[in-house]
Design a protein around this ligand. Structure first.
Ligand code: CMC
Length: 422
């Protein structure tokens, strides 16, 4: 393809530069379109709109490929833990032994919460949704770290990103225990990141919890596959908010709000609720497939379909194999896993799903692992946020490092009434 595209509109004949990415994906640079023609582009839901050039994650939805910083997701899952993958995303390269040890130590040291944050969590109604509590907590955290809120000061940004990564597991565990009216468990500097999370979640009144290596491995894997997914809804939100020079805490808070929606990260909770409904209704998966096809019904198969993947989501494949391994090791039969697999089989053979290229996504099987570990369904999206956090931060950093950064401010085509008088 030539490196310009020609556009003829009204009396204008203009050339639009073609931007080519590392993997040969191509886009038209329309940044001068309005200046040259007086027109804007219209693309509701940003189906064809690239908001930025990014070097973090490559995704080929047609082929079902996902790579962080050039490494295949399958390779990363096999060879890294969550901290390694986090550093890869944040810094562009896998850490040296020394960098890994330093980061681990710094993060573990930052895991504790100020007393006032614990009091804040205790003030929430126990039955409130954990995502509502998390959103409030992440924003409130910035009030305790007012020396970390200048987005243009790299030292402050560095400390806030470390604090956020360190604190999300602690907040999650405290929210969980508050809902059960259990005393909070302090982080243990001797334990690793995931081990600390599990202990703070599940330790008994004496602070004792026997760490299960299979749970640690499964959780590392789940956190890694959720780390980043290029310009998805919550990441775009973080970038948009960050583009106004809002601080990192505020930008991440906005990202968590976006993630909560059932069409995005909230689908993991919605999916397990759907599987439970099907189980309670006698396990008739064909009935629910028919309901999902009926446009009048409004019901969708949660955990199915994706804006970008028109092939099997590689994350779903990784999680499904991990489910197999974990359930077998634990000698567990999860009826919801059986229903999920039956549903997948029926849907993948159905013309409606085949024609629309609808496959299971990351949220379809993740709940089976969370359930096996003992994480309640209302906390699933909080776990997604814990995994996605370093991805959001990497994008926020990339935005601020870009020499072409501008405030994100889309335009519109006005369709209201013409000028009228009162
Ligand atoms: N069940 C039934 N039909 C579906 C589904 C589904 N889950 N997903 C899409 N379709 C149909 C849709 O009705 C439309 O049909 P038609 O062409 O006849 O009008 C066609 O497939 C295209 O769907 P769309 O809504 O235009 O696609 P989109 O790219 O705007 O939406 C999606 C993507 C993920 C929001 C959508 O597939 C969906 O609602 N899935 C269920 C929720 C879900 O699992 N979300 C998690 C996404 S992955 C993780 C993440 O983003 O966090």
């Amino acid at each position: 393809m030539s490196d310009v595209a020609k556009l003829s509109v009204g009396e204008h004949e203009i050339e639009l530069p073609v931007v080519v990415g590392t993997e040969n994906e191509q886009g038209l640079d329309i940044s001068k379109l309005r200046r040259l023609t007086g027109m804007i582009t219209l693309d509701e839901g940003f189906v064809n709109t690239g908001s930025t050039q990014s070097a973090i994650t490559f995704l080929d939805g047609e082929q079902g490929i996902l790579r962080y910083r050039g490494y295949a997701i399958e390779d990363i899952c096999k060879n890294c833990d969550f901290i390694d993958a986090t550093l890869l995303l944040l810094n562009g390269e896998l850490p040296t032994d020394e960098q890994r040890a330093d980061f681990r130590q710094a993060v573990i040291a930052d895991m504790h919460l100020p007393q006032e944050m614990e009091d804040l969590i205790r003030a929430f109604p126990r039955e409130a949704h954990p995502m509502a509590m998390l959103v409030s907590c992440v924003n409130a955290l910035s009030t305790h770290h007012q020396d970390q809120v200048d987005p243009l000061d790299s030292e402050q940004v560095h400390r806030s990103r470390q604090r956020l990564i360190a604190t999300l597991p602690t907040l999650t565990a405290c929210i969980h225990r508050h809902r059960l009216d259990l005393p909070f468990v302090a982080p243990n500097p001797e334990l690793g990141y995931v081990e600390n999370f599990l202990t703070m979640m599940f330790a008994d009144e004496q602070g004792q919890y026997e760490i299960d290596a299979d749970f640690v491995a499964a959780l590392n894997l789940l956190l890694i596959v959720h780390l980043d997914h290029e310009q998805n809804c919550s990441t775009s939100t973080v970038r948009v908010v960050g583009s106004a020079n809002s601080n990192l805490y505020a930008s991440i808070t906005a990202g968590i709000c976006a993630l909560w929606g059932p069409l995005h990260g909230g689908a993991n909770e919605a999916c397990v609720n759907m599987l439970s409904t099907i189980a309670a209704d006698g396990g008739d998966v064909a009935k629910y497939v028919e309901m999902a096809k009926d446009k009048e019904n409004g019901f969708r198969l949660m955990g199915f379909g994706h804006r970008v993947y028109k092939n099997y989501d590689p994350r779903a494949r990784i999680i499904k194999s991990a489910c197999d391994v974990l359930l077998e090791k634990l000698d567990l039969d999860d009826p919801l896993f059986e229903i999920a697999q039956a549903l997948e089989k029926v849907a993948l053979e159905d013309e409606y799903f085949v024609a629309r290229k609808l496959y299971p996504n990351v949220d379809f099987y993740s709940g089976v692992i969370y359930r096996a570990i003992g994480i309640p369904v209302e906390l699933f999206t909080v776990l997604f946020a814990m995994g996605r956090l370093p991805g959001w931060i990497a994008h926020w950093q990339e935005l601020h490092a870009s020499p072409t950064k501008r405030i994100c401010r889309p335009r519109q085509i006005y369709t209201g009434s013409e000028l009228r008088e009162i």
